[in-house]
Design a protein around this ligand. Structure first.
Ligand code: TRP
Length: 353
């Protein structure tokens, strides 16, 4: 079977290091390993509008930001088709037919949707489009016959919902859709990187994110002010690793080679953790080490971004061409879907006569 990878992001803000360790880094690795037949990455503007319908300029303005972030981390339009969701109307048409296969109560039980409804205070007046976005996400995935979807952990309920729709469609109509599987990071610290303040989620409004495009001074400031272990007051005090954001970030970013380069008195992260737990290792020293590692990783990304910012015509062309290619694939699946449902009336004159 062909190996087809599809994933996407809502354009509601620049991408941060949580996105990077949670999914972007993996996508670049998959792309460069070349062990796949096709890879699609979608800027999910239509999905972003389901909870930003009153602020379309926010979504519109962030399309280019996300595209810049993609190319800066190393996604390559020659290997990966990057496209804009709303410009592939076949996705909307698929969504409409899939809507018949899902109940409202099933959507309301989707854990990610449930959490978002609470967070946005939609409780008593949930917009229909918002409630249905998992169905549209199933259309995104199945339109490309993707079998692998690299995402963050919060997207697992969407993949589950997609599988259910695929099974139901295939059993009622015909076997045309493919059940996808999520690809998650195998490093648990990468699955849910906390904010720099130690809060569970990085969020723009909490001002606790490190963005891929942040300047070096900003990154340093954010790291030196990070939440650590509130009980570790004196350098000599024993410290805790669990729930200590600096160590969670080290788990996500640090490689053994980083010690040779930035902290030769230790050989690996376990040694550093042991010293911290015993006492005698100050937070500032660990933070400076983390800062060196993150600076090294983000410098080439930021430089590439600055270069690309000077040449946005190229990005425009890339998105336009990527969208044309994506549309062809989605149209072909839609044709098969309509044939399976026998609603392709004008393709054979025997269907309705
Ligand atoms: N829901 C994803 C997010 O919030 C974006 C998305 C839309 C997506 N369609 C998708 C991800 C299809 C993977 C596959 O970031």
């Amino acid at each position: 079977m062909e190996k087809i990878i599809l994933t996407g992001d809502r354009p509601t803000g620049r991408l941060h290091i949580g996105h990077y360790v949670g999914s972007l880094r993996k996508r670049v690795q998959l792309q460069n390993d070349g062990d796949y037949d096709k890879m699609f990455i979608m800027i999910a503007d239509a999905q972003a509008l389901t909870d930003n319908f009153d602020n379309p300029s926010k979504v519109r303005n962030n399309i280019i930001e996300i595209a810049l972030d993609y190319l800066s981390v190393g996604l390559d339009p020659l290997k990966t088709t990057i496209f804009i969701q709303s410009q592939v109307p076949e996705l909307t048409e698929l969504t409409f037919y899939y809507m018949n296969l899902v109940t409202i109560s099933r959507l309301q039980r989707n854990p990610t949707v449930k959490a978002e409804i609470q967070m946005r205070d939609f409780e008593t007046s949930i917009p229909t489009g918002f409630l249905c976005y998992p169905i549209s996400q199933a259309a995104d995935i199945t339109a490309f016959k993707a079998n692998f979807v690299p995402v963050g952990e919060d997207q697992l309920p969407m993949i589950e919902q997609t599988k259910e729709i695929v099974r139901k469609f295939n059993s009622i109509y015909d076997n045309v859709l493919i059940e996808p599987d999520a690809i998650l990071s195998d490093n648990s610290s990468c699955l849910r990187l906390p904010g720099t303040d130690g809060k569970a989620k990085m969020s723009k409004s909490l001002n606790n994110c490190i963005y891929l495009s942040d300047e070096s001074d900003t990154i340093k400031n954010k790291i030196l002010n990070m939440y650590t272990d509130p009980l570790h007051i004196q350098v000599s005090d024993p410290g805790h690793i669990e729930g200590n954001t600096v160590f969670t970030y080290l788990d996500a970013f640090c490689k053994d080679e980083d010690f040779g380069e930035f902290m030769p008195e230790y050989t690996n992260l376990d040694e550093l953790k042991e010293h911290y737990k015993k006492g005698g290792l100050g937070d500032m020293k660990v933070k400076r080490f983390l800062n060196s590692i993150i600076q090294k990783e983000l410098l080439p990304i930021r430089e590439k971004r600055k270069e690309l910012e000077q040449n946005t015509d190229i990005i425009f062309e890339m998105l336009k061409n990527g969208t044309i290619d994506a549309r062809k694939v989605a149209a072909s699946t839609l044709r098969e879907v309509k044939e399976a449902m026998k609603i392709n009336y004008f393709e054979h004159n025997k269907i309705i006569f």
